[in-house]
Design a protein around this ligand. Structure first.
Ligand SMILES: [Zn+2]
Length: 144
């Protein structure tokens, strides 16, 4: 992904979520998670941009011999990117958490599309940790 994955994101719109980290057989641990909650308009704009770019690039790629694989590849890639944008409901702004098994720090880059649950590897014990984003915490409560 680009170095500035959320250029159109307003830092003031960051929401803190109650989040929990879990591994099978271990007690869950709380995590600090801040996200951008993506609006339907933001997702639709990004999806249509990707579909438009695909509609332009796929016929051009089809001109390159051996034709079909390039055109189909660009079309499939464009549809995949459009689908990813449409399903991006939450984007990570910041994350801080520790592995429930070994206690080492876990990292999640800002701009990451957040799934629910979001699987992430622990670099220390090599187990897969699941991040469960919860509901919006008190950050919106203090806003006018
Ligand atoms: Zn670990």
């Amino acid at each position: 992904m680009p170095s500035s994955p959320t250029p159109d994101a307003d830092p003031a719109e960051v929401d803190a979520l109650d989040a929990e980290l879990s591994i099978f057989g271990e007690d869950p641990r709380p995590a600090q998670l801040s996200v951008w909650i993506r609006s339907r308009a933001w997702r639709l704009r990004g999806t249509l941009t990707r579909l438009g770019a695909t509609a332009i690039a796929a016929p051009l790629a089809f001109l390159i011999p051996p034709h079909a694989p390039w055109g189909v590849g660009v079309l499939a890639g464009g549809l995949l990117l459009a689908r990813r944008r449409w399903t991006e409901h939450l984007t990570v702004a910041s994350f801080r958490g520790h592995c429930p098994r070994c206690g080492s720090d876990l990292t999640l880059a800002p701009g990451t599309r957040l799934l629910s649950p979001h699987a992430m590897p622990c670099e220390s014990c090599h187990h897969e940790v699941l991040l469960h984003p919860g509901s919006v915490a008190s950050s919106r409560a203090g806003r006018p």
